[in-house]
Design a binder for this molecule. Structure first.
Ligand code: HEC
Ligand SMILES: [Cu+2]
Length: 349
């Protein structure tokens, strides 16, 4: 918009211009009324200055004036509200075809992971011309993800996934800032988002040394952590079949129904008893403190894609069988035992 007047950062995403127009409108309105008030003050000072032989006159009420100075600001603020809400709604709804990326913030760095397993620190490579959805979480305090050139900003919270999306329009490297004061090295919590031509991005994806896709790593953890003992179709249905769980409503024992999204799956693993699936016993042990945020993301990604790999109908979930209380304690005991042993298969004797 204004290359020789750097009032705003470069516009490098599809929403950047919309955000700037709204912002310019706010600036214009503010400037217009500030100047109007200042000019009127000057005008009245001169026009109604004290002159001999002229007395001040009191005015009591003017319905016309009242209506005018109520309706005009109301109209203006409603226009701003509706305009901003449209942009906000747009920014809150990532398109379905978005490239999925995960980001973990910690004091004081950004860690990103593509679903193919490519990891980066303080850098994120994305293609231009395709929406990119980032699922963000913090390992410690509240941070905030801000890429000025894209005009997107999203708080990054501990214990809860938040989402930000953008579509880059121009190849280039753009600043990434943390905009939530998060400790002594907050100002060093910076990085860059590198937007590349799609073909360059494909080349970049294959150039790194990924340790296998997120889902593949998640599957490994699913075995190592013993999730399979309860969550496989042939595990005697001690736990629900997770096939096709993602994105579907889940009935809970307390009668509520919740949608199985990223946050639900994360909570199911860390605080299994917070929401117990209807028809099942609360026997699942907590994995709090045993799994890192990265591993949680991998497990979730694995569970997300479980249904797709098998191509089975999504509503083919097993029905629970009754388990006796003795069996419940037995399983919990065994889990405790197993969790004390080293989990890396390589270390087993
Ligand atoms: C001791 C058996 C057991 C183990 C081990 C176990 N779970 Fe569970 N899990 C359950 C049971 C029972 C439920 C249903 C009751 C509940 O919600 O707590 C459940 C519920 C869940 C749910 C919610 C499912 C739904 O249909 O809404 C998820 C997700 C889940 N487990 C993931 C895992 C993961 C990942 C692991 C391994 C890190 C794991 N579980 C280990 C028994 C287990
Ligand atoms: Cu921070």
């Amino acid at each position: 918009m204004q290359s020789n007047l750097p009032l705003f950062p470069q516009q490098a995403s599809t929403v950047a211009a919309q955000v700037d127009w709204l912002y310019l409108f706010l600036v214009a309105i503010t400037a217009f009324f500030s100047l109007l008030v200042a000019a009127l003050i000057l005008f009245f000072i001169v026009k109604y200055r004290k002159t001999p032989g002229r007395e001040a006159e009191q005015i009591h009420g003017s319905t016309l004036l009242e209506i005018v100075w109520t309706v005009i600001p109301l109209g203006l603020s409603m226009a701003i509200f509706v305009w901003a809400a449209i942009i906000y709604f747009h920014l809150q709804r990532p398109p379905a075809n978005a490239l999925e990326v995960y980001g973990v913030a910690k004091q004081w760095m950004w860690k990103f992971e593509q679903s193919g397993g490519q990891r980066e620190i303080n850098a994120l490579h994305v293609p231009v011309g395709r929406p990119v959805k980032i699922t963000l979480i913090s390992q410690d305090v509240i941070h905030s993800f801000f890429v000025p050139a894209f005009r997107v900003k999203q708080d990054v919270l501990p214990n809860r996934y938040t989402i930000v999306w953008f579509q880059a329009t121009e190849p280039g490297a753009y600043h990434l800032f943390c905009t939530q004061y998060c400790g002594t090295k907050h100002s060093a919590m910076i990085g860059e988002v590198v937007a590349m031509k799609p073909e360059d991005f494909e080349a970049w994806l294959t150039s790194g040394k990924a340790e296998g896709s997120l889902a593949a790593q998640g599957e490994k953890e699913f075995q190592q952590l013993g999730c399979v003992t309860c969550h496989r179709a042939d595990s005697g249905a001690r736990g629900p079949n997770l096939m096709g769980l993602y994105g579907r409503p889940v009935r809970l024992t307390d009668g509520r129904t919740v949608v199985a999204d990223d946050n639900y799956i994360r909570e199911s693993i860390l605080v299994p008893n917070a929401k117990v699936v209807s028809g099942f016993q609360p026997i699942m042990p907590t994995f709090q403190g045993m799994i890192s945020e990265e591993e949680l993301i991998q497990l979730t990604d694995y569970i997300k894609h479980m249904g797709e790999q098998q191509g089975e109908p999504l509503n083919n979930r097993s029905t629970p069988t009754q388990i006796r209380d003795s069996e419940v304690t037995h399983i919990q005991e065994r889990m405790k035992q197993e969790s004390k042993e080293p989990q890396k298969p390589g270390k087993k004797k």
